[in-house]
Design a protein around this ligand. Structure first.
Ligand code: SAM
Length: 276
Protein backbone atom coordinates (compact mmCIF):
# COMPACT_ATOMS: atom_id res chain seq x y z
CA UNK A 1 0.00 0.00 0.00
CA UNK A 2 1.28 3.50 -0.83
CA UNK A 3 0.79 6.49 1.47
CA UNK A 4 0.43 9.99 -0.02
CA UNK A 5 -0.01 13.27 1.86
CA UNK A 6 -1.74 16.23 0.22
CA UNK A 7 -1.67 19.82 1.46
CA UNK A 8 -4.53 21.68 -0.14
CA UNK A 9 -2.82 24.94 -1.07
CA UNK A 10 -5.78 26.63 -2.73
CA UNK A 11 -9.35 25.61 -3.45
CA UNK A 12 -8.11 23.95 -6.64
CA UNK A 13 -4.44 23.04 -6.11
CA UNK A 14 -2.70 20.66 -3.77
CA UNK A 15 0.87 19.48 -3.18
CA UNK A 16 1.06 15.69 -2.85
CA UNK A 17 4.07 13.87 -1.41
CA UNK A 18 4.70 10.17 -1.09
CA UNK A 19 5.00 9.47 2.65
CA UNK A 20 6.90 6.75 4.48
CA UNK A 21 4.73 7.27 7.56
CA UNK A 22 3.50 9.52 10.36
CA UNK A 23 6.07 9.94 13.13
CA UNK A 24 3.79 11.81 15.54
CA UNK A 25 0.46 13.59 15.67
CA UNK A 26 -1.21 15.39 18.56
CA UNK A 27 -3.59 18.23 19.32
CA UNK A 28 -2.05 21.04 21.41
CA UNK A 29 -4.00 23.87 23.03
CA UNK A 30 -3.53 25.88 19.82
CA UNK A 31 -3.24 23.53 16.85
CA UNK A 32 -2.99 20.09 15.33
CA UNK A 33 0.73 19.15 15.26
CA UNK A 34 2.14 16.37 13.07
CA UNK A 35 5.51 15.20 11.77
CA UNK A 36 5.48 12.97 8.71
CA UNK A 37 8.38 11.38 6.88
CA UNK A 38 8.28 11.90 3.11
CA UNK A 39 10.36 10.50 0.26
CA UNK A 40 11.06 13.88 -1.38
CA UNK A 41 11.42 16.30 1.54
CA UNK A 42 12.35 14.04 4.47
CA UNK A 43 10.69 14.87 7.79
CA UNK A 44 8.04 17.54 7.52
CA UNK A 45 6.37 19.58 10.31
CA UNK A 46 2.67 20.20 9.73
CA UNK A 47 0.49 22.55 11.78
CA UNK A 48 -3.24 22.26 11.11
CA UNK A 49 -2.32 20.30 7.98
CA UNK A 50 -0.08 23.04 6.53
CA UNK A 51 3.62 22.49 5.83
CA UNK A 52 5.72 24.64 8.17
CA UNK A 53 9.15 23.32 7.38
CA UNK A 54 10.87 20.28 5.87
CA UNK A 55 14.34 18.90 6.51
CA UNK A 56 15.17 19.08 2.78
CA UNK A 57 14.39 22.73 1.97
CA UNK A 58 14.14 24.54 5.34
CA UNK A 59 17.52 26.17 4.75
CA UNK A 60 16.08 28.54 2.13
CA UNK A 61 13.38 30.00 4.36
CA UNK A 62 15.44 30.18 7.55
CA UNK A 63 18.53 31.69 5.93
CA UNK A 64 16.51 34.28 4.03
CA UNK A 65 14.33 35.38 6.95
CA UNK A 66 17.36 35.75 9.24
CA UNK A 67 20.42 36.87 7.24
CA UNK A 68 18.76 39.58 5.13
CA UNK A 69 17.72 41.75 8.13
CA UNK A 70 20.80 40.83 10.18
CA UNK A 71 23.22 41.79 7.41
CA UNK A 72 21.23 44.93 6.58
CA UNK A 73 21.70 46.10 10.17
CA UNK A 74 25.22 47.37 10.96
CA UNK A 75 25.40 45.88 14.44
CA UNK A 76 22.49 43.63 15.50
CA UNK A 77 22.88 42.81 19.20
CA UNK A 78 19.37 42.01 20.41
CA UNK A 79 16.97 40.09 18.17
CA UNK A 80 13.41 38.81 18.73
CA UNK A 81 11.68 36.03 16.80
CA UNK A 82 7.90 35.81 17.00
CA UNK A 83 6.65 32.27 16.30
CA UNK A 84 9.53 30.23 14.92
CA UNK A 85 9.08 27.37 17.40
CA UNK A 86 10.82 24.89 15.09
CA UNK A 87 14.07 26.76 15.90
CA UNK A 88 15.40 27.17 12.33
CA UNK A 89 15.44 30.97 12.40
CA UNK A 90 17.21 30.99 15.77
CA UNK A 91 19.81 28.54 14.39
CA UNK A 92 20.65 31.08 11.67
CA UNK A 93 20.60 34.12 14.01
CA UNK A 94 23.18 32.63 16.37
CA UNK A 95 25.63 32.30 13.46
CA UNK A 96 26.11 36.10 13.82
CA UNK A 97 28.86 37.01 16.30
CA UNK A 98 27.37 40.45 16.96
CA UNK A 99 24.21 38.91 18.45
CA UNK A 100 24.29 39.02 22.24
CA UNK A 101 20.70 37.94 22.85
CA UNK A 102 18.03 36.19 20.74
CA UNK A 103 14.56 36.00 22.28
CA UNK A 104 12.14 33.38 20.90
CA UNK A 105 8.48 34.25 21.56
CA UNK A 106 6.50 31.12 20.71
CA UNK A 107 2.90 30.71 21.87
CA UNK A 108 2.87 26.88 21.70
CA UNK A 109 5.51 25.04 23.77
CA UNK A 110 4.50 21.77 22.09
CA UNK A 111 5.86 22.97 18.73
CA UNK A 112 9.27 23.49 20.37
CA UNK A 113 9.17 20.09 22.08
CA UNK A 114 8.15 18.39 18.82
CA UNK A 115 10.94 20.07 16.88
CA UNK A 116 13.58 19.22 19.49
CA UNK A 117 12.56 15.57 19.34
CA UNK A 118 11.83 15.02 15.63
CA UNK A 119 13.75 17.81 13.86
CA UNK A 120 17.01 18.14 15.86
CA UNK A 121 18.95 19.47 12.86
CA UNK A 122 16.54 22.44 12.77
CA UNK A 123 16.07 22.93 16.54
CA UNK A 124 19.79 22.69 17.40
CA UNK A 125 20.32 26.47 17.78
CA UNK A 126 17.79 26.65 20.62
CA UNK A 127 20.46 25.47 23.06
CA UNK A 128 22.83 28.37 22.31
CA UNK A 129 23.52 30.27 25.54
CA UNK A 130 22.44 33.58 23.98
CA UNK A 131 18.91 32.26 23.37
CA UNK A 132 16.01 33.01 25.71
CA UNK A 133 12.76 31.10 25.09
CA UNK A 134 9.51 32.69 26.24
CA UNK A 135 6.27 30.75 25.86
CA UNK A 136 4.04 33.73 25.21
CA UNK A 137 1.83 35.52 22.75
CA UNK A 138 4.24 37.57 20.66
CA UNK A 139 1.63 40.29 20.16
CA UNK A 140 1.36 41.11 23.87
CA UNK A 141 5.14 40.96 24.44
CA UNK A 142 5.92 43.27 21.53
CA UNK A 143 3.19 45.72 22.61
CA UNK A 144 4.87 45.99 26.02
CA UNK A 145 8.44 46.36 24.65
CA UNK A 146 9.71 49.83 23.77
CA UNK A 147 13.03 50.73 22.13
CA UNK A 148 14.33 47.23 22.93
CA UNK A 149 15.34 45.26 19.82
CA UNK A 150 17.68 45.83 16.86
CA UNK A 151 15.88 43.27 14.69
CA UNK A 152 12.41 41.68 15.02
CA UNK A 153 11.59 38.63 12.86
CA UNK A 154 7.97 37.51 12.47
CA UNK A 155 8.26 33.80 11.67
CA UNK A 156 4.59 32.97 12.02
CA UNK A 157 2.04 30.50 10.79
CA UNK A 158 -0.38 31.66 8.10
CA UNK A 159 -2.86 34.29 9.33
CA UNK A 160 -5.26 31.97 11.13
CA UNK A 161 -5.88 31.43 14.87
CA UNK A 162 -3.34 33.17 17.16
CA UNK A 163 -1.36 34.40 14.13
CA UNK A 164 -4.17 36.63 12.76
CA UNK A 165 -3.05 39.59 14.90
CA UNK A 166 0.53 39.28 13.58
CA UNK A 167 -0.63 40.48 10.15
CA UNK A 168 -2.36 43.74 11.21
CA UNK A 169 -1.15 47.36 10.75
CA UNK A 170 -1.62 47.90 14.53
CA UNK A 171 0.85 45.11 15.23
CA UNK A 172 3.44 46.61 12.85
CA UNK A 173 3.01 49.87 14.82
CA UNK A 174 3.90 48.00 18.04
CA UNK A 175 6.88 46.41 16.26
CA UNK A 176 8.05 49.90 15.24
CA UNK A 177 7.90 51.05 18.89
CA UNK A 178 9.68 47.91 20.12
CA UNK A 179 12.63 48.52 17.78
CA UNK A 180 15.56 50.82 18.51
CA UNK A 181 15.91 53.92 16.35
CA UNK A 182 17.83 52.10 13.60
CA UNK A 183 15.87 48.86 13.91
CA UNK A 184 14.67 46.51 11.18
CA UNK A 185 11.71 44.12 11.07
CA UNK A 186 10.86 41.33 8.65
CA UNK A 187 7.78 39.13 8.29
CA UNK A 188 7.09 36.06 6.19
CA UNK A 189 4.22 37.19 3.97
CA UNK A 190 3.04 34.22 1.91
CA UNK A 191 2.95 33.54 -1.83
CA UNK A 192 2.54 36.59 -4.09
CA UNK A 193 1.18 34.27 -6.79
CA UNK A 194 -1.67 32.77 -4.75
CA UNK A 195 -2.16 35.54 -2.17
CA UNK A 196 -1.52 38.85 -3.99
CA UNK A 197 -4.02 40.83 -1.92
CA UNK A 198 -2.55 39.63 1.35
CA UNK A 199 0.94 40.58 0.17
CA UNK A 200 -0.32 44.03 -0.81
CA UNK A 201 -2.19 44.61 2.45
CA UNK A 202 0.78 43.50 4.56
CA UNK A 203 3.10 45.76 2.62
CA UNK A 204 0.74 48.71 3.17
CA UNK A 205 0.46 47.83 6.87
CA UNK A 206 4.25 47.86 7.32
CA UNK A 207 4.63 50.93 5.11
CA UNK A 208 2.14 52.84 7.29
CA UNK A 209 4.80 52.87 10.03
CA UNK A 210 8.24 52.32 8.49
CA UNK A 211 9.94 54.96 6.30
CA UNK A 212 11.65 52.21 4.28
CA UNK A 213 9.49 49.23 3.29
CA UNK A 214 10.51 46.59 0.76
CA UNK A 215 9.55 43.15 -0.42
CA UNK A 216 12.00 40.39 -1.21
CA UNK A 217 11.54 36.88 -2.58
CA UNK A 218 12.96 33.39 -2.24
CA UNK A 219 12.28 30.09 -3.94
CA UNK A 220 11.00 27.50 -1.44
CA UNK A 221 9.97 24.23 -3.14
CA UNK A 222 7.62 22.92 -0.41
CA UNK A 223 5.67 26.20 0.03
CA UNK A 224 2.64 26.94 -2.11
CA UNK A 225 3.64 28.08 -5.62
CA UNK A 226 7.32 27.91 -4.57
CA UNK A 227 7.63 31.70 -4.78
CA UNK A 228 7.66 33.16 -1.27
CA UNK A 229 7.64 36.76 -0.06
CA UNK A 230 9.11 38.54 2.93
CA UNK A 231 8.16 42.10 3.83
CA UNK A 232 10.88 44.13 5.50
CA UNK A 233 10.56 47.50 7.25
CA UNK A 234 13.52 49.63 8.32
CA UNK A 235 13.78 52.86 10.30
CA UNK A 236 17.11 53.99 8.83
CA UNK A 237 19.14 51.43 6.84
CA UNK A 238 18.14 50.32 3.34
CA UNK A 239 17.55 46.56 3.78
CA UNK A 240 18.57 45.82 0.18
CA UNK A 241 22.10 46.96 1.08
CA UNK A 242 24.49 44.95 3.22
CA UNK A 243 25.27 47.51 5.89
CA UNK A 244 28.41 45.89 7.18
CA UNK A 245 31.95 47.06 6.49
CA UNK A 246 32.85 43.42 5.98
CA UNK A 247 29.92 40.98 6.05
CA UNK A 248 30.71 38.10 8.33
CA UNK A 249 31.32 34.89 6.37
CA UNK A 250 28.39 32.59 7.10
CA UNK A 251 27.96 28.89 6.47
CA UNK A 252 24.89 28.89 4.24
CA UNK A 253 23.37 26.93 1.35
CA UNK A 254 21.08 29.56 -0.21
CA UNK A 255 21.97 33.01 1.15
CA UNK A 256 25.02 34.88 -0.08
CA UNK A 257 25.89 38.49 -0.86
CA UNK A 258 24.62 38.24 -4.46
CA UNK A 259 21.37 36.56 -3.40
CA UNK A 260 20.82 39.31 -0.79
CA UNK A 261 20.83 41.97 -3.51
CA UNK A 262 19.01 39.90 -6.13
CA UNK A 263 16.15 38.95 -3.78
CA UNK A 264 14.92 42.56 -3.93
CA UNK A 265 14.57 42.45 -7.73
CA UNK A 266 10.85 41.87 -8.21
CA UNK A 267 9.04 40.40 -11.23
CA UNK A 268 6.54 42.87 -12.72
CA UNK A 269 3.41 41.23 -11.29
CA UNK A 270 4.91 41.41 -7.79
CA UNK A 271 6.31 44.93 -8.21
CA UNK A 272 2.82 46.13 -9.16
CA UNK A 273 1.46 44.80 -5.85
CA UNK A 274 3.68 47.16 -3.88
CA UNK A 275 3.38 50.25 -6.07
CA UNK A 276 1.85 53.23 -4.24
N1 SAM B 1 8.20 28.72 8.64
C1 SAM B 1 6.85 28.67 8.92
C2 SAM B 1 5.89 29.01 7.83
O1 SAM B 1 6.05 30.02 7.14
O2 SAM B 1 4.99 28.23 7.63
C3 SAM B 1 6.47 29.21 10.26
C4 SAM B 1 7.01 28.28 11.27
S1 SAM B 1 6.77 28.43 12.96
C5 SAM B 1 6.44 26.74 13.32
C6 SAM B 1 5.25 29.28 13.22
C7 SAM B 1 4.89 29.36 14.70
O3 SAM B 1 4.17 30.57 14.97
C8 SAM B 1 3.99 28.24 15.22
O4 SAM B 1 4.74 27.36 16.01
C9 SAM B 1 2.90 28.95 16.03
O5 SAM B 1 2.60 28.31 17.25
C10 SAM B 1 3.53 30.33 16.22
N2 SAM B 1 2.59 31.43 16.50
C11 SAM B 1 1.42 31.69 15.87
N3 SAM B 1 0.83 32.79 16.41
C12 SAM B 1 1.67 33.24 17.40
C13 SAM B 1 1.63 34.34 18.29
N4 SAM B 1 0.61 35.21 18.33
N5 SAM B 1 2.67 34.49 19.16
C14 SAM B 1 3.73 33.62 19.16
N6 SAM B 1 3.80 32.57 18.34
C15 SAM B 1 2.80 32.37 17.45
Amino acid sequence: MELWYTEKQTEYVGMTCKAKGTLMRKRSQYQDIAVIDTEQFGRMLLLDGIVQTTVADEFVYHEMIAHVPLNAHPHPRKVAVIGGGDGGTIREIVKHDTVEKAVLLEIDSEVIETSRRYLPEIACGLDDERVEILIADGIAHIRESKNTYDVIIIDSTDPVGPAVGLFTPEFYGSVYEALKDDGIMVAQTESPYYEPERVRQTYLGVNAHFPITKLYLAYIPSYSSGLWSFTIGAKRHDPAVINRERPQPLTTRYYNVDVHKAAFGLPEFVRELVQP
